[in-house]
Design a protein around this ligand. Structure first.
Ligand SMILES: Nc1ncnc2c1ncn2[C@@H]1O[C@H](COP(=O)(O)OP(=O)(O)O)[C@@H](O)[C@H]1O
Ligand SMILES: [Mg+2]
Length: 532
């Protein structure tokens, strides 16, 4: 760059500020105690593009974008905004999010920052640089509607935030930025909280914004989304740049390798497994959901040991209730559940565990782990009642340490130590810890017969490396003869892990197909409610 052109401006100096047509971050360094989160990172964002910032958990994506939106000041490096002249750029000093928005830069954070007991309009004007003396909510609402229509972000300006779904709240965050005139919009893993449908709608909106000349930074570790709606991609690994390319000149496999630093297998090889009949048998069960509405209707399934039956379906079609009914967490109103030939219908969760049922819940930190407790305590939660961890009423500290360390090693749980609180682990490592606890030990009483594992969205929100690890662990369990019910919204995952796939719609099983014969179209139709 021609250094003669660089002028430093501060956000207060509005007369010099033009909306940026591009952003260039150069040599950004950001250190946290003991961590080099960004190590001389470069990023160049053009207006009119959706730019993916791709990297595994902890790669430094959020830190880098926090510098751009004024939350952190980098320890080293420059942020330049183009000033409209050919090749011209200014180094800018972005000291706060308010500075950033004055430069036209705004970020939607992973955890939304909305005030729940205020309306959408009120949230949008909250914290505006020049809050008008008389808040004209009506005109704000009108303008919001205009913007929301233009970009396909439907939302009711008068609704209270607490009334909105997560997807709608995200739209409000985006609208807030658009209302403030943002030209560079940063979205931090926006699809992590969305259904596949909502995610593809968001993709359309982002395409729309960039068609109007805005620049979008899309932080993600989901390769499908990066390939389907981003123009260029910058890959970070361990706080450093590893690549910047156009999505047209790359593919999922290459991106995964750049991101993880090794070859990643999307399809794992399944070995032939001899099935042991009768591990789990579900006969004509029906159940209500929490609202008292019919959620499961006459569902039947039977699994052999060593068999994976995938359950496909759009979220909210009874999958959750099915998992609960199969783990003793929800009563069925009719029908029968048998595990290893033992009738456990409407028994307690403990009886299900004793019969051989393990559970990987969909809600990792809510139901899966006690976040404040050390990793080791979390690992022993199922096995502690038995030798060698306890003898009579006494827990053996040494045995617990040995047991935890062996699981941490066997399942490759990355943690500073067994004493680290579980909530400090990355999502992938939390999931591996749950898996380790659930499947390594069974109940420990030794006479459970075939283990049955109910796995709910086991790889949701995990990056590709962690996803591969979890999938491998599931297949290993299959090879050991465990019967696995795999509930997932990821069809690729279902097709690659399952022996058979059951498709759920409105609480019913619409069809059951062998995975080798299955095709996406047929499954898609059944997910939409057409019987096979
Ligand atoms: N506020 C903070 N204090 C200390 N360490 C942090 C902080 N924020 C992030 N880190 C560390 O910096 C690294 C990069 O984190 P982050 O930017 O959040 O990664 P990503 O968004 O790619 O998952 C990680 O090792 C993380 O633990
Ligand atoms: Mg992040």
């Amino acid at each position: 760059m021609d250094s003669g052109r660089i002028t430093v401006v501060s956000a207060n100096n509005m007369s010099m500020v033009k909306l940026p047509v591009a952003v260039e971050m150069r040599g950004i360094v950001k250190r946290f105690p003991g961590v080099l989160a960004n190590d001389r990172v470069n990023l160049s964002i053009k207006s009119g593009e959706v730019h993916a910032l791709l990297g595994e958990n902890g790669a430094g994506k959020t830190t880098l974008m926090s510098a751009l939106c004024g939350l952190y000041r980098p320890d080293e490096g420059d942020i330049c905004l183009a000033d409209g002249s050919v090749g011209g750029a200014k180094v800018v000093d972005i000291g706060s999010p308010r500075d950033a928005i004055q430069f036209g830069i705004g970020m939607v954070h992973q955890h939304f920052r909305l005030v729940h007991n205020q309306t959408v309009s009120e949230n949008v004007i909250l914290g505006l640089a020049d809050t008008p003396l008389h808040l004209d909510l009506k005109s704000v609402g009108g303008r919001l509607l205009e913007i929301s229509e233009r970009y396909g972000l439907p939302v009711d300006p008068e609704a209270y935030v607490w009334q909105l779904s997560v997807g709608e709240q995200q739209r409000v965050e985006i609208l807030k930025l658009l209302f403030r005139g943002a030209e560079v919009l940063i979205l931090d893993e926006p699809t992590a909280v969305l259904t596949p449908n909502e995610a593809s709608e968001l993709g359309n909106t982002l395409r729309h914004m960039c068609a109007e000349g805005k620049a979008v930074v899309f932080i993600s570790h989901k390769l499908d989304e990066v390939m389907s709606f981003c123009d260029r991609v910058t890959v970070l690994r361990d706080g450093r740049n590893v690549a910047a390319l156009s999505t047209r000149e790359t593919d999922k496999k290459a991106l995964a390798k750049l991101m993880v630093g090794r070859e990643v297998l999307f399809r794992l090889d399944k070995s032939e497994v001899a099935f042991a009949e009768g591990a789990l048998s579900v006969e004509h069960i029906s159940a209500f959901n929490d609202k008292g509405l019919s959620a499961l209707h006459d569902v039947s399934l039977s699994l052999a040991g060593g068999e994976v039956v995938g359950v496909a379906g759009v979220a909210g079609n009874g999958q959750r209730e099915l998992a609960e009914a199969l783990t003793g967490l929800r009563k069925v109103t009719s029908g029968k559940v048998c595990v290893n030939g033992q009738d456990v219908t409407n028994q307690s969760p403990l009886r299900f565990i004793r019969a051989g049922v393990s559970h990987i819940p969909g809600d990792r930190l809510g139901m899966g782990l006690a976040g404040n407790l050390p990793v080791s305590d979390n690992l022993i939660m199922k096995a502690f009642r038995h030798r060698p961890l306890s003898v009579g009423p006494f827990l053996s500290k040494t045995a617990i340490s040995q047991f935890s360390d062996s699981l941490i090693e066997a399942f490759d749980v990355v943690t500073p130590s067994r004493n680290t609180p579980a909530r400090n682990l990355s999502g992938g490592n939390q999931q591996k810890a749950i898996l380790a606890r659930e499947i390594a030990t069974g109940d420990g009483s030794g006479d459970v017969g075939v283990n049955v594992l109910i796995a709910v969205q086991p790889t949701r929100g995990l990056d590709v490396g962690a996803t591969e690890g979890v999938r491998r662990a599931l297949l290993e369990q299959r090879e050991k003869g465990t019967a696995i019910v795999l509930i997932s919204e990821d069809l690729d995952e279902l097709l690659s892990l399952s022996d058979r796939i059951a498709v759920m719609h409105a609480g019913k099983i619409m069809g059951l197909v062998r995975a080798v014969d299955a095709n996406m179209e047929e499954i898609g139709l059944m997910m939409a409610g057409e019987a096979s």
